[in-house]
Design a protein around this ligand. Structure first.
Ligand SMILES: [Zn+2]
Length: 116
């Protein structure tokens, strides 16, 4: 499961940061997930609730902020935004696949609350 390996990595980074800064407990982790990543947020939460056991984040909540896909077409200049969870980008105006992605590939921790 793709989401489980993402969560495992995220928990590793968060735990390292927490301990390195002298804290012992993670209260919450906020992540941004771009819709162009193809990651399912339900699967992320599911994996998080299983994998957080035996880490400093075992009582933490995961807050997911989804970022819509935004792109601009190289052929007609059309700028568009989509909440579809898709991986192939087609200009909704002219059908071109020459699309520059402006956002939607994000997948990282933006905030973390920790305590002693
Ligand atoms: Zn276009």
């Amino acid at each position: 499961m793709h989401e489980a390996s993402i969560i495992a990595e995220l928990l590793r980074i968060a735990s390292d940061e927490c301990i390195k800064n002298g804290f012992s407990k993670i209260d919450s982790i906020k992540v941004v997930v771009g819709r162009a990543t193809g990651v399912m947020t339900d699967a992320l939460l599911f994996a998080f609730n299983i994998l957080k056991e035996d880490t400093p984040a075992k009582e933490a909540s995961l807050i997911i902020e989804e970022v819509p896909v935004r792109g601009v077409c190289k052929d007609c200049g059309n700028e568009f935004e989509s909440n579809e969870n898709y991986l192939i980008f087609e200009c909704p105006r002219c059908g071109s696949f020459s699309v520059i992605l402006l956002s939607g590939k994000e997948l990282n921790i933006t905030e973390m609350e920790v305590s002693k």
